[in-house]
Design a protein around this ligand. Structure first.
Ligand SMILES: Nc1ncnc2c1ncn2[C@@H]1O[C@H](COP(=O)(O)OP(=O)(O)O)[C@@H](O)[C@H]1O
Ligand SMILES: [Mg+2]
Length: 265
C-alpha cells in the first residue's frame, strides 16, 4: 500500500484487520462477554482457547452478526462498523464456519457453495448450473477432497469432513478477509482433521486472516500464529506465541490452575 495512511489508521507494521473493543454481552444475568478487547491482524491466524462456557462462541457470534452486543465497538481496518446480521458480516467479508455449518442437505455441493449468491446466465436470469458445477469441481480439489465426488452430489450424502470442506470452499471462493472456524474438527476423522488444519495453514498464504477455535489444544498449536485465552467471559491472555510456549503452560492459563491444582497468580 503506497502513500500516507488514512487518519486514525493503525500504524503498526502489520495492519490490523479486526479490532473488537470493550465488548460486553449479557444473557440476562449471565455475563458471557465482559469488556473484551480482541484483535486480528491481516494474514494472521489467531487461536482462541478457553474452557467450555468461557465465551469463545459468543465472541465470534458477535463478530459474525448472530447475536447483538450489549456494549462495545467493532472496527475493521480502523473503521467502526455495525454488524447486526450475518448478511452484514458477509458484506464485511467475514465468513464463519460452525461445527454444523448451514448447509442444505438436499441440495448439491455446487448449489450449497453458492447459496443465496447463485450466478445467473442468459436474458431470463436462469441459474447458471454449468458454471456452478465447474467452480465447485475446482474448489473441491483445492480444499483437499481428492476423491472424485461430482459437484452434483447432495450434501446430505457426504461425510462430516467433506461437509466441512464444502463450507470452507465457500469461504475461500467468496474471498473473505476473515474466516472464523468454531470447533471445525469436532467429530472428524484423522484424515479429515488434517484437511481442515492444512486449509487453515494455507489460508494465510492466500491472504486471509483466521480465527480458529478448537477443543484440541494440539491442533491449535499446529496452525496458529498467536493464541488468545478466555476465561469466564474475559480475555486473560492475548499474546501467547505457540512457538515459544508449552502446551502445559497454556493449559494453566485456560484453567487458571497449576498442574498440581493451585490457582495461577
Ligand atoms: N443463547 C444463550 N442464552 C443464555 N446464555 C448463553 C447463550 N449462549 C451462551 N450462553 C452462556 O454464555 C456463556 C459463554 O458461552 P459460549 O460463548 O458458548 O462459550 P464457549 O464457546 O467458550 O464454550 C456460557 O455461560 C453460556 O452458558
Ligand atoms: Mg463454543
Amino acid at each position: 500500500m503506497a502513500g500516507a495512511p488514512a487518519p486514525g489508521r493503525n500504524l503498526s507494521p502489520v495492519p490490523e484487520l479486526i479490532r473488537m473493543e470493550g465488548v460486553t454481552k449479557h444473557y440476562g444475568a449471565v455475563r458471557a462477554l465482559d469488556d473484551v478487547t480482541f484483535t486480528v491482524d491481516e494474514r494472521e491466524i489467531v487461536g482462541l482457547l478457553g474452557d467450555n462456557g468461557a465465551g469463545k462462541s459468543t465472541l465470534i457470534k458477535v463478530l459474525s452478526g448472530v447475536v447483538p452486543v450489549t456494549s462495545g465497538t467493532i472496527r475493521i481496518r480502523g473503521r467502526a462498523v455495525r454488524i447486526a446480521s450475518t448478511a452484514d458480516a458477509i458484506a464485511h467479508k467475514i465468513e464463519t464456519i460452525y461445527q454444523d455449518s448451514a448447509l442444505v442437505p438436499q441440495l448439491s455441493i455446487a448449489r450449497n457453495l453458492f447459496l443465496g449468491r447463485e450466478p445467473t446466465a442468459g436474458p431470463f436470469g436462469r441459474l447458471d448450473f454449468a458454471r456452478m458445477d465447474a467452480v465447485a469441481a475446482d474448489l473441491l480439489g483445492r480444499v483437499g477432497i481428492t476423491k472424485r465426488i461430482p459437484p452434483t452430489t447432495p450434501v446430505g450424502s457426504l461425510s462430516g469432513g467433506e461437509r466441512q470442506a464444502v463450507a470452507i470452499a465457500r469461504a475461500m471462493y467468496f474471498d473473505s478477509d476473515l474466516i472464523v472456524l468454531d470447533e471445525p474438527t469436532n467429530n472428524l476423522g484423522v484424515a479429515e482433521t488434517q484437511g481442515v488444519l492444512n486449509f487453515v495453514r494455507s489460508a494465510r498464504d492466500d491472504g486471509h486472516s483466521c480465527i480458529f477455535i478448537a477443543h484440541n489444544i494440539h491442533h491449535v498449536f499446529q496452525v496458529v500464529d498467536r493464541i488468545v485465552v478466555m476465561r469466564r467471559g474475559r480475555v486473560v491472555a492475548d499474546a501467547i506465541d505457540p512457538r515459544t510456549t508449552s502446551v502445559e503452560a497454556v493449559e494453566q492459563v485456560i484453567t487458571g490452575m497449576t498442574a498440581d491444582g493451585r490457582p495461577v497468580a
